[in-house]
Ligand binder design. Structure first.
Ligand code: NAI
Ligand code: PYR
Length: 305
C-alpha cells in the first residue's frame, strides 16, 4: 500500500514520519517543489524504517505518486505569527490551481487528503480541480483531538476515553460541540460530578479557548505546528487504507451548508462514505451556520479570482 505526500515541509515530513513509526503503509513517496528538501527528508525518515516497520520511503517528482492509494497534500505557505488561516487563501489557492490537476493526473483514483490551509476552502477547490478524484480535508480532526486532550487533562483520564467533536471551519469560527462530548460514556458534566471535580463556566471557557487558540499559541512559541497534524494525517490515511469506517471530523463538500466543512463522517476505502449529523443544541446550530457563512464568504473570494 503506497501513500504519496506532496509538500515535504514540516507538516508533510512529519506525517510521513508518523506513518513510518506507526507502520501505516508499505511505501511512502515524498514530493516537493524543492526536490532536494524532499530527498533529504525521505532519507532521514527512511533511517527510522529499519527500527520500526520497514516502510520504504523515497522522494521523487509528482509522476512517482503513481499507484498511491492516498495522497496527502501539505504544499504551500504556513501562517506567520498573527496571521489567520484564511489569510493564506489567495497564495495557497494559486499553488493548488496548478498543483492539484497534476497530482490527480499522476495518481488517478487516489484519495486526496488536503492539509494545506485554509483547509476547508482548499478542499472545496480541490474537488472542483480534480472532479474524478475522492477528496477530503483534515478539517477539524486536529481540533477535536485538542479538545479531547484538554477535557481528558481536566478529567484525569486517558484521552482515548474522551469523545467529542469540533465542527465547522478548521479555524477561528470553529464550533466546540459540547453536546457531543462524553468521558467514559457519560456527559462531561456528569463525569466531573461523579468524580467530585470542579466543572465551572470558567473551566469550560478555558477548554474552548485552549482548543480554538492552540495553533496561534504554538506558532507564537515555535513558528509552526506539525506533530499533532502529522499524527492526525497518519490516522486518517490508515482509516482509508484499511477501510476502517472510522468516524472522523474530516472536511468535505456539504450541500446543506453550500461549502466544504467538518462534520462527523464515516471514513473508509474511497474516503468519505457517509456524514453523521449530530443532534446539536440551538446555540450550536446557530454557531455552525455562522461558521459555514464565514467559509462561504471565503470561498466566494475565489470565484473569478
Ligand atoms: N490542516 C491542519 O490542521 C494544518 C495545516 N497546516 C498547513 O499545512 C501547510 C504546510 O505547512 P508547513 O509544512 O508548516 O509549511 P512548510 O513551509 O514547512 O512546507 C511547505 C512545503 O510546501 C512546498 N511547496 C510549495 N509549493 C509547492 C508546489 N507547488 N508543489 C510542491 N510543493 C510545494 C514547499 O517547498 C515546502 O517544502 C500550511 O498551509 C499550513 O498552514 C499546518 C498545520 C495544521
Ligand atoms: C496551523 C493549523 O492549522 C493548526 O495547527 O491548527
Amino acid at each position: 500500500m503506497k501513500v504519496g505526500v506532496v509538500g515535504a515541509g514540516l507538516v508533510g515530513a512529519t506525517a510521513a514520519y508518523a506513518m513510518t513509526l506507526r507502520g501505516s503503509c508499505a511505501e511512502i513517496v515524498l514530493s516537493d517543489l524543492d526536490l532536494r528538501r524532499a530527498e533529504a527528508e525521505a532519507q532521514d525518515i527512511a533511517h527510522a524504517s529499519p527500527v520500526s516497520h520497514g516502510t520504504r520511503v523515497s522522494a521523487g517528482p509528482l509522476e512517482e505518486l503513481a499507484g498511491s492509494r492516498v495522497v496527502i497534500v501539505a504544499a504551500g505557505a504556513n501562517q506567520q505569527p498573527g496571521e489567520s488561516r484564511l489569510d493564506l487563501l489567495q497564495k495557497n489557492a494559486g499553488i493548488f490551481r496548478e498543483l492539484i490537476p497534476q497530482v490527480a493526473a499522476s495518481a488517478p483514483g487516489a484519495v486526496l487528503l488536503i492539509a494545506t490551509n485554509p483547509v476547508d476552502v482548499l478542499t472545496g477547490l480541490s474537488t472542483r480541480l480534480a472532479p474524478e478524484q475522492p477528496v477530503m480535508g483534515s478539517g477539524t480532526v486536529l481540533d477535536s483531538a485538542r479538545f479531547r486532550h484538554l477535557v481528558a487533562q481536566h478529567a484525569g483520564v486517558d484521552a482515548t476515553h474522551v469523545h467529542g467533536y469540533v465542527l465547522g471551519e478548521h479555524g477561528d469560527s470553529e464550533v466546540i460541540a459540547w453536546s457531543t462530548a462524553t468521558v467514559a460514556g457519560l456527559p462531561v458534566a456528569d463525569f466531573m460530578a461523579a468524580r467530585g471535580l470542579d466543572w465551572t463556566p470558567e473551566i469550560r471557557a478555558a477548554i474552548e479557548s485552549g482548543t480554538r487558540d492552540a495553533a496561534a499559541a504554538i506558532i507564537g512559541g515555535k513558528r509552526a505546528t506539525y506533530y499533532g497534524i502529522g499524527a492526525a494525517l497518519a490516522r486518517i490515511t490508515e482509516r482509508v487504507l484499511g477501510d476502517r469506517r472510522a468516524v472522523l471530523t474530516v472536511s468535505a463538500p456539504t450541500p446543506q451548508f453550500g461549502v466544504s466543512l467538518s462534520l462527523p463522517r464515516v471514513v473508509g476505502a474511497g474516503g468519505v462514505l457517509a456524514t453523521v449529523m449530530p443532534r446539536l443544541t440551538p446555540d450550536e446550530e446557530t454557531a455552525l451556520e455562522a461558521s459555514a457563512a464565514v467559509l462561504r464568504e471565503a470561498a466566494g473570494q475565489l470565484e473569478g479570482a
